[in-house]
Design a protein. Structure first.
Lengths: 228, 273, 203
C-alpha cells in the first residue's frame, strides 16, 4: 500500500465519487464542490500565466515602455519612430478595453455593454471561419466524394458505396420537400447508412467509457494498494 | 418470477459489479493478447518515420482529465516516438486543463531521452483562443508563442530558431476528446495545407473518418485501441496495452448483456402475443 | 448604442476577417495578425469574469445560509488554487501541480468513469433489435465492440479489418452526409450573424 499522502488523498476522492453509484451522499457532494473550486482555480492560474501575462500585460508594458522612452529620450530605438511606437501601444489598448467591458456584467445598469466584446468575438470568429470552413468541410469533402480511387477494384467499389451513402444520407436530411417517390427511396437507403454509422459510433463509445473506468481502477490497484 | 425471468431481469447493481469485475480481473494478470495494427494508426507512425531529424513538430494536448485513460497513453507514446526520431518537439495545449498532462509528458520525455530543454523540446503552454492560435501559427510563431509555459521569452528559446510557420512545422499532432482536432483540420489544413494527425477518444473517432479519407488528417489514432496499436508499433508496451485486456473482457460482457436483454425482450413479446 | 453598435462591430470585424483571405499585401497581413492578437487578448479576459461569477454565486449561498459548507469548500479551493498558482509557481513538483495531479485529475476522471456503469445498465435495458434499422445499429455496434478488441483478433484477423471497413466506408458515408449538413449550417449561421440577421445573442 502506498505511503504517499497525496496518493491517499487521491484514492479517497476517487472512492468519494464512486460512492455516487450507491446513492447521492454528503461525501460525494463534498468531492463535487471541491472539484468545481479546484478546476476553476486551476484554469484561472493557467490563464493568468499563459494568457493574461503573455497576451496582455507583457506586450502592453513592452509597447508602453518603448513609447515612453521615445518621448523622454528620442534617440532611443532608432529604427522605431515616435508615431509608430505610439500607434502600436494604442493598438494594444483596443483588446484590453474590449476585454474590460466583460466586467460591465457586474453593474446591472451597464450590463448591456458586455455585448461589445461578445460582438467582437463573434464577428472575428465568424469572419475568420467562413473561408476555411467552406474549404475544409465542404469543398474538400465534396471533392473526395466525387473523385473515386481507381487504383484497385475494391477501392473503386468503396468509393462508389461512399458516394451513394453520402448522397442518400443528405437526401434523408433534406426536409424542404416531402419524402415521396424517389426521394423516399433515397431517404430509406440513407437511413441504413446512418444506422450502421451510429452503430459503429456506439460500439466505439462503449470502448471509450470502459477505458475511463480502467484508468481509475488501475490507479486504485496499482498506485494505491500496489496489488500489481 | 420464473428462473428465466430472474436471469433476464438483472438488477442494476449486479450489472455494475459485472462491469467492475470485467475491468478489474484482467488488470491483475500480465499477458499480451494479439492486436492487429490498422491503417489509420500506421499512417501516423509512417509519417513520423519519414521526417528528417530536427524537423519541428507540434504536439498539442487538447484534452482534460475526464478522458485521461484514453488520451494520456497516446500522448506519452507519441512523444516518445518524436523524441526517438530526434524531432524538435513543441508541446502546447488549447485546453487549460491539458497543461498539467503536457507538463508531465514534457518532464518525462526530457528525462528519459536526455533532451536539452528549449532546444530539443519546448513546452509553450496554453493558448486561450483556438482559432486565433492555429491561424496565428500559420503566419508567424513569434506572434503566438511569445514565451514558453515558464515565461522564458521567445528570442531566448533555441528551438524556435529558423522556424516561422507551418512551412517549417511539418506535422501537427492533436490529442483530444472534443472537437479541437476539427479546428486544427479546418484552420491549419484548410487554410495553410498543414499536415494534421489526430489522436482522439473512441467517442470522437468515428466522426473524423471523412476527413481521414480525404487526407485532411494524415492519420487517426482512435481511443485506447489506437494507443495500444501505437505502443505495439513502437514496441513500448505500456498503459494502453494493459488496458486492452480489460476492454476486451468488458466489451464481451457488454455484448452478452445486450444479447440477454434482447432475449428477454423477445420472450416477453412472444408471451404477450 | 445598445444594439446598433454591437451589430456594426460584428459586421465590420467579420468583414475584415473574411476579406483578408482574398487581399494579398503587407497591409492585409498586418491587419490580420493584429486581429489575431486582439482575438487572443479579448478571449483571455473572459475567464476573469467566470471566476468572479462563480465567487458571487457561492458568496450569495453563504449569505443566505444555503449549502454553507459546500459553498465554503468551493470558495476555499478556488482561491487556494489561485494563490498557489499565481504566487508560488506552476512548474513540475509545485504544490499547484500536485493538487492538479492528485485532486483535480482523480475527481474529473472518476466522475466521467461513472458513465461506464450507467451505459452498461442503460444498454442492457434499452438496446433492442425492434426493427430493421435498430438491428443494423446493433449488428454494426457488435462487430466493432468485438472486432476492435483482442477477442476479435483471436477469432479471426479478418474481424478487425471488417470493423475497420465499417468505419472506413458505410460509417464514413453517414458521417460525411451529416457533417456536410452541419457545415452548411455553420456557414449560414456565420453569415447571418455577420449580416445582423441572427440577433438572438443580443438578448
Amino acid at each position: 500500500m502506498s505511503l504517499d499522502p497525496w496518493v491517499w488523498i487521491s484514492a479517497f476522492l476517487t472512492l468519494a465519487i464512486f460512492s455516487f453509484l450507491f446513492k447521492d451522499n454528503p461525501v460525494y457532494k463534498f468531492a463535487e464542490h471541491l472539484f468545481v473550486g479546484v478546476s476553476a482555480g486551476y484554469y484561472a492560474s493557467i490563464y493568468w500565466h499563459n494568457a493574461i501575462l503573455r497576451f496582455i500585460v507583457k506586450p502592453l508594458s513592452e509597447k508602453f515602455s518603448i513609447f515612453y522612452y521615445k518621448i523622454i529620450w528620442p534617440e532611443a530605438f532608432v529604427n522605431i519612430s515616435t508615431v509608430s511606437a505610439f500607434f502600436s501601444f494604442i493598438m494594444y489598448l483596443v483588446p484590453l478595453s474590449f476585454g474590460l467591458l466583460f466586467f460591465s456584467l457586474l453593474f446591472p445598469r451597464y450590463s448591456w455593454l458586455i455585448r461589445y466584446p461578445i460582438a467582437f468575438l463573434m464577428g472575428i470568429g465568424s469572419g475568420l471561419s467562413l473561408y476555411p470552413t467552406f474549404k475544409a468541410r465542404i469543398f474538400d469533402q465534396v471533392k473526395d466524394t466525387f473523385l473515386p480511387q481507381f487504383s484497385q477494384t475494391v477501392y473503386f467499389l468503396n468509393s462508389l458505396i461512399i458516394f451513394i451513402g453520402t448522397f442518400t444520407v443528405l437526401s434523408y436530411f433534406f426536409f424542404s420537400k416531402e419524402h415521396k417517390g424517389p426521394l423516399k427511396a433515397f431517404a430509406k437507403v440513407g437511413i441504413i447508412f446512418i444506422m450502421i454509422g451510429f452503430g459503429a459510433a456506439f460500439g466505439y463509445t462503449v470502448m471509450a467509457r470502459i477505458s475511463l473506468l480502467i484508468g481509475r481502477i488501475y490507479f486504485l490497484i496499482h498506485d494505491f494498494i500496489h496489488l500489481i | 418470477m420464473s428462473l428465466i425471468d430472474r436471469l433476464l431481469n438483472i438488477p442494476r447493481f449486479v450489472i455494475f459489479i459485472l462491469i467492475g469485475l470485467a475491468v478489474f480481473i484482467p488488470l491483475l494478470f500480465k499477458f499480451l493478447l494479439p492486436l492487429k495494427v490498422l491503417k489509420p494508426v500506421k499512417d501516423v507512425y509512417d509519417f513520423i518515420e519519414s521526417l528528417p531529424e530536427g524537423t519541428p513538430v507540434i504536439l498539442s494536448f487538447d484534452y482534460s482529465p475526464d478522458v485521461l485513460p484514453e488520451c494520456y497513453p497516446m500522448s506519452l507514446v507519441l512523444a516518445k516516438h518524436l523524441a526517438r526520431k530526434k524531432l524538435r518537439i513543441y508541446i502546447m495545449t488549447l485546453y487549460p486543463a491539458g497543461a498539467g498532462f503536457a507538463l508531465d509528458v514534457y518532464n518525462k520525455i526530457l528525462k528519459e531521452f536526455n533532451l536539452v530543454e528549449r532546444k530539443d523540446i519546448v513546452f509553450v503552454g496554453y493558448f486561450p483562443s483556438i482559432a486565433a492560435t492555429i491561424l496565428g501559427i500559420g503566419e508567424d510563431i513569434k506572434n503566438v508563442f511569445k514565451s514558453d509555459y515558464f515565461g522564458v521569452p521567445f528570442d531566448e528559446i533555441e528551438a524556435f530558431k529558423g522556424v516561422k510557420n507551418y512551412e517549417d512545422i511539418k506535422l501537427i499532432i492533436t490529442i483530444s476528446g472534443a472537437a479541437i482536432p476539427e479546428s486544427w483540420m479546418v484552420y491549419a489544413n484548410g487554410r495553410y495545407n498543414a499536415n494534421v494527425a489526430a489522436g482522439v477518444t473512441a467517442v470522437m473517432a468515428a466522426q473524423l473518418y471523412p476527413y481521414y479519407r480525404s487526407r485532411q488528417f494524415i492519420g487517426l489514432i482512435g481511443g485506447m485501441r489506437g494507443a495500444a496499436e501505437y505502443e505495439k508499433l513502437l514496441a513500448a508496451h505500456n498503459l494502453a496495452t494493459k488496458g486492452m485486456n480489460s476492454i476486451s473482457l468488458a466489451n464481451f460482457v457488454m455484448v452478452l448483456l445486450v444479447i440477454l436483454g434482447n432475449i428477454s425482450y423477445f420472450l416477453k413479446r412472444r408471451r404477450r402475443k | 448604442m445598445k444594439k446598433e453598435i454591437p451589430i456594426f462591430i460584428v459586421f465590420f470585424i467579420g468583414t475584415i476577417g473574411f476579406l483578408q483571405y482574398f487581399i494579398v499585401g503587407p497591409l492585409s497581413k498586418s491587419v490580420y495578425t493584429l486581429l489575431l492578437e486582439w482575438f487572443q487578448g479579448v478571449q483571455g479576459m473572459a475567464i476573469i469574469m467566470a471566476v468572479i461569477s462563480l465567487t458571487r454565486r457561492h458568496f450569495h449561498n453563504l449569505k443566505r445560509g444555503k449549502n454553507v459548507f459546500y459553498s465554503f469548500v468551493t470558495l476555499v479551493s478556488l482561491y487556494g488554487m489561485i494563490i498557489l498558482g499565481v504566487f508560488f509557481g506552476i512548474g513540475k513538483g509545485s504544490t499547484f501541480d500536485k493538487i492538479y495531479e492528485y485532486v483535480m485529475v482523480p475527481l474529473n476522471a472518476t466522475t466521467f468513469s461513472l458513465l461506464a456503469f450507467y451505459m452498461a445498465s442503460a444498454s442492457y435495458r434499452a438496446f433492442r433489435a425492434r426493427n430493421l434499422e435498430s438491428t443494423l445499429l446493433l449488428l454494426s455496434a457488435f462487430i466493432l465492440m468485438i472486432g476492435f478488441t483482442s477477442f476479435g483478433d483471436i477469432i479471426s484477423d479478418k474481424l478487425p479489418s471488417l470493423a475497420q471497413w465499417i468505419l472506413d466506408v458505410p460509417n464514413l458515408a453517414a458521417q460525411r452526409g451529416i457533417t456536410l449538413g452541419i457545415a452548411l449550417g455553420i456557414l449560414a449561421t456565420s453569415l447571418k450573424i455577420m449580416l445582423g440577421i441572427e440577433r438572438s445573442w443580443l438578448e
